[in-house]
Design a protein around this ligand. Structure first.
Ligand code: KG4
Ligand code: ZN
Length: 344
């Protein structure tokens, strides 16, 4: 069984081929980040058009990499949601046409389920049940993973997602898009303790996140600092460090609370913010002290990619749960609405 995976939910065009027996055979990614950078965020219409422009080229390259022909594929998996409606439709229309032409099934994949299963790409994933911290540009979720497709959301963001907090903070500091890697890079040069921002939701019993207050706190801090003179490079670096510290500490606090509540001994961290080094180090540290094992996909499979979609599609196909033959684009789609399955 060999599945072509297609990811177009936001601003990355990801294409990959996953084989049940041999694992990942090829993966190609085109990031539109540079095109959106001048607007300080993703422009949906630009994103959809660009996906359509790149998909055929990337698919051909991936097939070449894997030394395969289109007719060697046994299924096409495509992100059906959540995401930007136009971007999702671009992927689904392309994938639907290809699947129909080849006479193979089209599997509509839930983007966050794919993030959650991404550690399997490393051949390294915990036994069920486990806890997953899914942190991306659009979502912050703590998920009780009871089995394949059997997910219960324990906590989510009440406002901005963790990645959004990085992106908006970066914008405030005059940095580029996407903001997470920019903040992380600059924070390396920051002076610890020079500025301090409140850690959102710290110590709260419920397992939700909230990041919009943090953004406002940073805004006020910048406003006070710039009342007299413009920010220096050192100011910016220390502000980036304060922001990164507050976001990471909030994520660590919420995750450890969820681990306590569930009693689970394994934590999977995925989604774009999962690429953050400070988050990885701190979780490793805290979990190491409590005997909890932490699993991450490699950094390139934390952010959006086609490999996680091909993998999820392959597992769903093997488990006899490919979903509807013509999946709809679902811009808003809760992860607990997917169907459970058991891959053969
Ligand atoms: O999962 P992803 O690639 O796309 C979505 O599904 O949203 O996540 C993108 C988010 C962006 O907000 C980006 O700023 C953030 O992940 N991100 C990071 C890092 N790399 C990407 N945030 C913090 N540190 C990073 N190293
Ligand atoms: Zn994502």
């Amino acid at each position: 069984m060999r599945v072509l995976g297609i990811e177009t939910s936001c601003d990355e065009t990801g294409v990959a081929i996953y084989e049940a027996r041999r694992g990942l055979l090829a993966h190609r990614l085109y990031s539109q980040a540079a095109q959106h950078a001048e607007f300080g965020g993703v422009v949906p219409e630009l994103a959809s058009r660009d996906h359509l422009k790149r998909l055929a080229v990337l698919v051909n390259l991936a097939l070449e990499d894997a030394n395969l022909k289109k007719t060697d594929l046994s299924g096409i998996a495509c992100t059906a949601g959540p995401g930007l409606i136009g971007a999702l439709l671009a992927g689904l229309v392309f994938s639907g046409g290809l699947a129909r032409a080849l006479g193979v099934p089209l599997i509509g994949v839930h983007h966050m389920e794919a993030h959650l299963l991404a550690p399997l790409l490393e051949g390294d994933s915990p036994e069920f049940p486990y806890l997953a911290l899914l942190v991306s540009g659009g979502h912050s979720l703590l998920v009780d993973v009871r089995g394949y497709g059997d997910y219960a959301v324990l906590g989510e963001s009440l406002d901005d997602a963790a990645g959004e907090a990085f992106d908006k903070g970066a914008k405030l500091l005059g940095l580029g898009y996407p903001g997470g890697p920019e903040i992380a890079r600059l924070a390396e040069k920051g002076e610890p303790g020079r500025f301090s921002l409140p850690v959102p939701m710290r110590g709260r019993k419920e397992l939700n996140f909230s990041f919009s207050g943090l953004k406002t706190a940073l805004l006020y801090m910048v406003r006070d600092l710039t009342a007299e003179s413009a920010l220096t490079g050192d100011d910016r670096a220390s502000l980036a460090l304060a922001l990164e510290t507050a976001i990471v500490e909030s994520l660590v606090d919420r995750s450890t609370r969820a681990l306590d509540a569930t009693g689970y001994g394994s934590l999977v961290v995925a989604g774009g913010v999962g690429a953050n080094r400070r988050l990885r180090l701190q979780l490793k540290d805290v979990c190491g002290n409590t005997g909890v094992s932490v699993y991450y996909p490699r950094v390139e499979f934390c952010t959006d990619n086609g490999a996680m979609i091909a993998l999820t599609g392959c597992l769903r196909l093997a488990g006899g749960a490919p979903g509807p033959a013509a999946p709809d684009a679902r811009p808003r789609w809760n992860i607990n609405e997917v169907t459970p399955f058991s891959p053969a």
